[in-house]
Design a protein. Structure first.
Length: 166
């Protein structure tokens, strides 16, 4: 609140002191005097209340604490990340096992994974083989992850999403 602000000048406010004690109803000018004596600021806490509630505190410190709290909240947020494992119809046994092991690691770390099988060229004629490979992969990962839905064919891609089981 700025001193001499037109909307509050001459009005009464409910003032709370720097250590949290309630000072009571006083004029805005008197609130500024008390804040100046303490070397602090007057901050409006609830402007909709009747009379408005103000508090004596260090405004710079308040802003610093709010920024810090926001920064800590952002640190603790965990965005759900998705990893994609891509297969092809003619995947080799070793490549298949290697990709399944990667998928297991991702699930253990808590990532959500998407298994997808992409058909290239004439491979699209062998959709049944594609579904077999994806279903085999889902069964291999069944102990660590839960399938969200059944494998779905969209365009030239068969895909299924899996969540880590808790």
């Amino acid at each position: 609140m700025k001193k001499g602000s037109s909307s509050f000048s001459g009005k009464e406010v409910l003032l709370i002191g720097e250590d949290g004690e309630q000072i009571g109803k006083i004029t805005v000018d008197r609130a500024f005097e008390l804040a100046k004596e303490a070397g602090l600021d007057v901050v409006i806490v609830a402007d909709k209340a009747d009379p408005p509630v103000c508090r004596i505190l260090d405004y710079g410190r308040l802003r610093y604490d709010q920024k810090r709290k926001l920064k800590n909240q952002k640190k603790k947020q965990h965005a759900q990340k998705m990893k994609e494992i891509k297969f092809h119809v003619n995947v080799d046994k070793h490549d298949y096992e290697y990709k399944i092991n990667h998928a297991k690691e991702f699930l253990k770390k808590g990532y959500k994974i998407k298994l997808s099988l992409v058909f290239r060229g004439r491979e699209a004629a062998h959709k049944a083989i594609g579904f077999e490979i994806i279903e085999k992969a889902v069964l291999a990962l069944d102990e660590i992850g839960l399938s969200e839905n059944k494998p779905i064919l969209s365009g030239k891609t068969i895909s299924v999403s899996m969540n880590p089981s808790k």
